[in-house]
Ligand binder design. Structure first.
Ligand SMILES: [Fe+2]
Length: 284
């Protein structure tokens, strides 16, 4: 089994960076921390993991809303304020499918589609946390994802403050193979939400990936993936060698070559039993 040190990055494919990056910065409180041709890295100030946005051009396929990413606000009133703000500015930012806030599996959430084809959720667990402290916390998935609240001055004039980047979502046809894969290959911990959904995360972190059964789910290019960091380049080499030998039996449906061209980082891509992509990388 791989021994990850963190769930380090989410990767999102968009059509054009100039359309998508302003949505993440202006409406979801991300900050730009890196930039290369065709790629921008963003970080939320209260969250360790990064999101790398890759530009794929006009042909990037639309992601169904069940392949979405999510940020969290502290109060239910802020979800409603976000609905008002996004609705009032949807033309300016090219937003579509803005859903009215609803309670769903413990969270009070709205969803929208940004112009680069990706769904986003603005969620809130305030009501849930008033009642629940035990197993329903799902290994801190539903606990507050911040040590201290960002002040409204950090995100002024909107009536809501995204307090953390909490999750990404992978749709699949069958949970069991991916559940076994996440624990036995990726070395992550899982929490069963219900018969159709489980959460996967690193034991020491709160950010998580949702695996959800969906009818007619679609797989995407490796530009839509999550990165797990290992402690060293040697650990990545060992993990790759192990999966070359045993990956097929373990449910790896595609295994990329070991990439050491950077000189400082080793990495490789692999797809899980439901053909969702992961990247295994050394710390850089
Ligand atoms: Fe979600």
């Amino acid at each position: 089994m791989i021994e990850p040190v963190s769930l380090a990055k989410a990767h999102m494919e968009c059509r054009y960076l100039k359309e998508t990056v302003p949505v993440l910065i202006d409406l979801l409180a991300f900050e730009k921390v890196g930039e290369f041709p065709g790629e921008v890295t963003l970080k939320h100030p209260n969250t360790d993991w990064l999101i790398v946005v890759h530009e794929a051009g006009a042909d990037a396929p639309v992601k169904q809303m069940h392949n979405h990413f999510g940020v969290r606000v502290a109060t239910t009133g802020e979800v409603e304020a976000a609905y008002e703000y996004l609705s009032a500015h949807k033309e300016e930012y090219g937003l579509r499918q803005i859903s009215k806030p609803l309670y769903n599996h413990g969270s009070y959430s709205l969803y929208f589609l940004e112009p680069g084809t990706n769904g986003w959720e603005i969620e809130c667990y305030e009501t849930f946390l008033r009642k629940e402290t035990g197993e329903g916390m799902m290994g801190a998935v539903r606990a507050s994802h911040w040590d201290s609240l960002l002040s409204p001055e950090r995100f002024p004039g909107k009536g809501y403050v995204p307090q953390a980047f909490t999750h990404g979502t992978l749709a699949c046809g069958d949970l069991k193979p991916s559940r076994d894969f996440c624990t036995q290959v990726l070395g992550l911990e899982i929490h069963r939400a219900n018969e159709n959904v489980f959460y996967v995360k690193h034991p020491r972190e709160k950010c998580y990936v949702v695996y959800a059964i969906r009818k007619n789910w679609t797989t995407f290019s490796p530009r839509f993936r999550f990165t797990i960091n290992l402690e060293s380049k040697e650990a990545v080499t060992r993990a790759h060698r192990w999966l070359v030998e045993s990956g097929k039996e373990l449910g790896v449906t595609e295994l990329g070559d070991l990439d050491e061209t950077d000189g400082t980082v080793s990495l490789f891509f692999l797809s899980d039993p439901n053909r969702n992509w992961w990247e295994i990388s050394s710390l850089s």
